[in-house]
Design a protein around this ligand. Sequence first.
Ligand SMILES: CC(C)(COP(=O)([O-])OP(=O)([O-])OC[C@H]1O[C@@H](n2cnc3c(N)ncnc32)[C@H](O)[C@@H]1OP(=O)([O-])[O-])[C@@H](O)C(=O)NCCC(=O)NCCSC(=O)C[C@@](C)(O)CC(=O)[O-]
Length: 302
Amino acid sequence: MKFPSKVKLVDVGPRDGLQNEKEPVPAAVKIELVHRLQDAGLTEIEVTSFVSPKWVPQMADNAEVMAGIRRKPGVRYSVLTPNMKGFEAAVASKPDEIVVFGAASEAFSQRNINCSIAESMERFAPVVQAARAQGIFVRGAISVAVGCPYQGEVDPQGVELVARLMKEIGVQHCGVADTIGVGTPRKVQAAMEAALRHYAIDDLSGHFHDTYGQALVNTMACLELGIWQYDSSVAGLGGCPYAKGATGNVATEDVVYMLRGMEIDTGIDLDKLIDAGKYISDYLGRKPNSRAATAILNKRAG
Ligand SMILES: CC(C)(COP(=O)([O-])OP(=O)([O-])OC[C@H]1O[C@@H](n2cnc3c(N)ncnc32)[C@H](O)[C@@H]1OP(=O)([O-])[O-])[C@@H](O)C(=O)NCCC(=O)NCCSC(=O)C[C@@](C)(O)CC(=O)[O-]
């Protein structure tokens, strides 16, 4: 079996991780988390989202967080922008990349962004056009790619349709997301293969929540396909406010530990990453949701 020799991880903890916290997390803590992640070697960090503060109040400090980051050369900072209003607000904060986020089920599209799949593409198209005209890279996320909390099963055709529509409007990179973490390896591979009909392997990534404990094995299944880009979340933070019961993303620490053992380069310093995860977990008053971090922290404590 030939795996990729390097993997790029995008830490989505500051955005996906913190968007679901009940208590507000101060902008200063989010900024410090971003700093610790970049110091640990992350080269892309999903910082925040420019969505409606009525829908997701946890991200209302988006501009303040973006303005507070000490930018490190070589690191890319991405933000979510669901429509032109979000994009216009985001541009002022100079993101390297924006993310438009659609869904492979109509039901999730309605609950998450208040429109149908077709309408979402109409909203995204001018955003994509404006971003690309300004040299801002555009990533697209396809939520509920293997299962939806409202519809149930999602078949690969649903993913293929949204990947095609995203490609048609000029989205440059396609992220396939198991929002509620129900996927298992063959299902996730099928979703990826559907997206691969429209996106090259270098323009595709996986985003796996760990609700059923399948995220690492799903990552492994995608490595087998040659996919080398993944989202993950420090300390396993996260969840989507419109996917009740879904837990956080796969912990960045767990993915880095696995890849290090497989001699696949990530450029990430695991010890510093664990410190970053401990920092935010201490702030939130709980333990990191990462088996590797827990084991290493226990070992450190002797
Ligand atoms: C998409 C909208 C905005 C549509 O929301 P809407 O209500 O349909 O929008 P609207 O155009 O009818 O506007 C209604 C009000 O919202 C305001 N508004 C409109 N747009 C914006 C904006 N961008 N920023 C700030 N304000 C905005 C607008 O100005 C207006 O304000 P009012 O006149 O009532 O005072 C809304 O549904 C929304 O914000 N949804 C939040 C979705 C979200 O953030 N979900 C979580 C992130 S996605 C995710 O986690 C999944 C992912 C990516 O990680 C992958 C995975 O795991 O699946």
